[in-house]
Design a binder for this molecule. Structure first.
Ligand SMILES: Cc1ncc(COP(=O)(O)O)c(C=O)c1O
Length: 275
């Protein structure tokens, strides 16, 4: 399976086997072999690996790398990567645990490029964040490789979890949360982008929909982003750094425009005072 550098797909032993985050890997093991790491957002690296390696089963990718710091790939990266996977008969596997279910302004982040993954992984917002539910989706010719009874877990297929997920998805649809995320995200990036021009501490803002990050003018291993987050907390807003110089903002999709403006005011005030 081909994976990308700086990926985050979770914390199980197989998953951390192909992480390059030493914090996630250290003291665990033995690691699972069978993964090839390539640079994210690099189609040449993908094609070279597909061309030169036998028995590749799949390409596992985050449509936006969340934990890495909200890295949005180049335009058409996903559709071109999917086309390469088709050319070399390899499954395109999208991990939308973080980007999925309206977060980036579409129901799925791959929808921005009209890509249909062969395998789609969902979690987090699938239940509105209220209940542990995750899902792996694929068409029958892939899914039926596993026969009934060959794979399972004690609480898998939990009916309460399924009901919660259906209710959450109904809210996402009825309240048009994808459109809302798209609209509010444009305001967030415009406001913070303009603010960044006037403030030396903020380099830039990036993201899609309501999955955004601000880049702090400091090094990756500094504590500045963390220190800012503590001040944000004191001022009434919770956010978490992904690195010493990146703060990620992933607010509830049900927020109103007034609430977003209040958040933007808190961010501006906190950063201005931090200087
Ligand atoms: C892209 C991605 N995949 C997988 C996971 C792991 O999900 P879980 O914590 O439910 O195992 C996360 C969690 O942040 C994630 O962002």
């Amino acid at each position: 399976i081909i994976v990308c550098e700086n990926n985050f797909h979770g914390r199980t032993t197989t998953i951390i086997s192909f992480s390059n985050d030493e914090d996630a890997r250290k003291s665990f093991g033995p690691y699972t072999p069978g993964f090839i790491k390539i640079e994210y957002d690099n189609l040449d690296a993908l094609e070279n690996t597909l061309k030169n390696t036998k028995n590749i089963a799949g390409f596992l990718v985050e449509p936006i790398q969340g934990e890495a710091g909200v890295y949005v790939p180049s335009e058409n990266y996903l559709s071109k990567a999917k086309a390469l996977c088709e050319k070399y008969n390899v499954l395109f596997i999208a991990d939308e645990v973080q980007t999925g279910i309206a977060r980036t302004g579409k129901l799925l982040a791959v929808d921005h490029e009209n890509v249909k993954p062969d395998i789609l992984i969902l979690g987090k917002a699938l239940s509105g964040g209220a209940y542990p539910v995750s899902a792996v989706l694929a068409n029958n010719h892939i899914m039926n490789v596993i026969k009934p009874g060959q794979h399972g877990s004690t609480f898998g297929g939990n009916p309460i979890a399924a009901a919660v997920a259906i209710a959450a998805l109904t809210v996402v649809k009825d309240e048009k949360l994808a459109d809302k995320a798209e609209y509010l995200g444009l305001i967030f990036r415009k406001e913070i982008g303009e603010f960044a021009k006037t403030n030396d501490l903020i380099k830039s803002v990036r993201g899609k929909g309501l999955l955004n990050a601000i880049l702090v003018n400091d090094t990756e291993d500094s504590s500045t982003a963390w220190d800012i987050c503590i001040k944000l907390r004191d001022n009434g807003l919770l956010a978490k750094p992904t690195h010493g110089n990146i703060i990620r903002f992933a607010p509830p999709l049900v927020m109103t425009e007034d609430q977003l403006m209040e958040c933007i005011d808190i961010i501006k005030k906190t950063i201005t005072e931090f200087n």
